[in-house]
Write a protein that binds this ligand. Structure first.
Ligand code: ADP
Ligand code: ZN
Length: 520
């Protein structure tokens, strides 16, 4: 059977070797056993059920929550000559009927289906009539209320075990901390399933997150000192910034091309082609770039803007160093990033439950930025993976992180927010703390207040850092419906009362040592 699996790997999918736990999981499933597979995004989860589905008699049923992805996966399989189809709400009644007939005739090897469709009585009646090779439950963390993608339809999937007790099931996910993992097992009746747990670690990638000052200059000096003539990807949030950054790099003698979804498709394809063909080219891109890009020698991934989640960060930085050679994941991050992303979230039209999850994800991302110990340990912990020792290959491991007792500074900042009526943004609050007189200040009478000028012991830059860290740690909330006004949260009370010490990161000194400046 294993020979058969290898043969299919090669002849159908065109690969020479299995990766990680693929082979073990495939064997296990072919033998009719249940499995739970935890593998990072891009790790190759699909083959774990696709190959057994082709080997075992009958059709493999793949439950997937993402209708858009279903279509892509099925088209890709059809191109490889695999008899695949999907059943979801985008199909007309006629189309559905046709596929159902094909299923009855045994003409389909892989069927993708949405969970709500699967558990409909009509479908269950159909499934009772046909031979089923296996059930694959993709994005299995959707069954968990602890997770970040809970889907109520997934709860119904526990019935698979009751209705089809002899058919092997495989659940797959890229994120599952212990709690989520236990919930998946429990809710899907997979307590006896064998666990295939891949490491999420990418030891050859060095992580570094630096304070944003003059992002472009910092990027340039990073490229010049560590990546002269290398291939790399620079991610920016907006299309405009992509264009500007690419032009600026080129203008300063670094080969760079832009890539974003607003560009003409032909030009975009051309830039992608050039990037793949050349070993000394930088792609400046939005997140539109990267899906399915398999360039082994990308030596660095730089972020000029904060990704919106650790999943995104992991995936984007993961495009560096696929060849296993040393690579860098480098990012600049500042107060404005936090504010911009929170604003985008606040203004999005998503429902409340969804927004809460997104806020939660963003907070996890911010926590990584403000991390004072090993970043890799923190990153892996988020994905339910553990690293016993600090990695020795991230900025916090390599350079001692300086912290300082920021309790008094925090108290000053918090009182200032309170005394001025929780009606101002960080810029103005810092002016109050520094005792800067302006017309607006005098008019509001804040120059007469007890917090006016009490922050002269710190420089403006340091105050920005204090506010950023207060926001990142949830001690201060930003109100976006209202000019990014800062408000106190309940969490700041112990600090105001002096019951809790607050250690803050000392920001790195401004890169004034930089020899050359580049024209902006
Ligand atoms: P996941 O679902 O875990 O995110 P995929 O199954 O989509 O990952 O696989 C990610 C990429 O890796 C795909 O392009 C896939 O074709 C490729 N891949 C998977 N397994 C192998 C393998 N054994 N050898 C080479 N490439 C592989
Ligand atoms: Zn580390």
């Amino acid at each position: 059977m294993l020979n058969e699996a290898h043969r299919i790997l090669k002849t159908v999918f065109g690969y020479d070797q299995f990766r990680g736990h693929q082979q073990a999981a495939i064997e296990h499933l072919i033998a009719g056993q249940d499995a739970l597979v935890l593998m990072p995004t891009g790790g190759g989860k699909s083959l774990c059920y696709q190959i057994p589905a082709l080997i075992r008699p009958g059709v493999g049923i793949v439950i997937s929550p993402l209708i858009a992805l279903m279509q892509d996966q099925v088209s890709a399989l059809l191109q490889l000559g695999v008899k695949a189809a999907f059943l979801n709400s985008t199909l007309s009644l006629d189309e559905s009927r046709r596929i159902e007939q094909q299923l009855i005739n045994g003409e389909i090897d892989l069927l993708y289906i949405a969970p709500e469709r699967l558990t409909a009585p009509h479908t269950l009646a159909l499934f009772a009539r046909i031979q089923i090779a296996l059930f694959a439950i993709d994005e299995a963390h959707c069954v968990s209320q602890w997770g970040h993608d809970f889907r109520v339809d997934y709860l119904q999937l526990s019935m698979l075990h009751e209705r089809f007790p002899t058919i092997p099931r495989i659940a797959l996910t890229a994120t599952a901390d212990d709690k989520t993992r236990e919930e998946i097992k429990l809710r899907l009746s997979l307590t006896h399933a064998r666990l295939f747990l891949s490491s999420f670690d990418r030891p050859n990638i060095r992580y570094a997150i630096v304070q944003k000052r003059e992002a472009r200059q910092q990027l340039m000096s990073f490229i010049q000192t560590e990546h002269q003539g290398d291939s790399g990807i620079v991610y920016c949030l907006s299309r405009k910034k992509v264009e500007e950054t690419a032009a600026w790099l080129t203008g300063n003698g670094v080969r760079a091309l832009p890539y974003h979804a607003g560009m003409d498709a032909r030009l975009r394809a051309k830039h992608q082609h050039e990037f793949l063909m050349n070993d000394n080219l930088i792609m400046v891109a939005t997140i539109a770039f990267g899906m399915g890009i398999d360039k082994p020698n990308v030596r660095f991934v730089a972020h000029l803007d904060l990704p919106k989640s650790l999943e995104a960060y992991y995936q984007e930085t993961g495009r560096a160093g696929r060849d296993g050679l040393p690579a860098n994941a480098w990012m600049t991050y500042g107060l404005q990033d936090v504010i911009t992303l929170r604003r985008m979230l606040a203004q999005s039209t998503a429902d409340e439950a969804h927004k809460r999850i997104e806020y939660h994800k963003l907070d996890a991302m911010l926590a990584l930025c403000e991390q004072v110990s090993c970043r890799r340990q923190a990153l892996l912990r988020y994905f339910g993976d553990t690293l016993e020792q600090p990695c020795g290959n991230c900025d916090t491991c390599l350079e001692q992180v300086d912290t300082w007792d920021g309790t008094v500074a925090a108290q000053k900042a918090l009182s200032c927010i309170h005394r001025t009526g929780q009606r101002f943004g960080s810029g103005y609050l810092i002016e109050v703390l520094l005792g800067k007189t302006s017309e607006r200040m005098i008019k509001s009478g804040h120059d007469k207040q007890s917090t006016f000028g009490i922050g002269k012991d710190l420089a403006e830059q340091q105050w920005h850092s204090v506010f950023r860290q207060l926001i990142a740690r949830g001690l201060v909330a930003v109100d976006f419906d209202n000019f990014s006004v800062l408000r106190l949260t309940g969490a700041c009370r112990p600090i105001l009362r002096g019951e809790q010490l607050l250690m803050l990161r000392k920001d790195q000194p401004t890169e004034s040592k930089q020899k050359t400046r580049y024209s902006g």
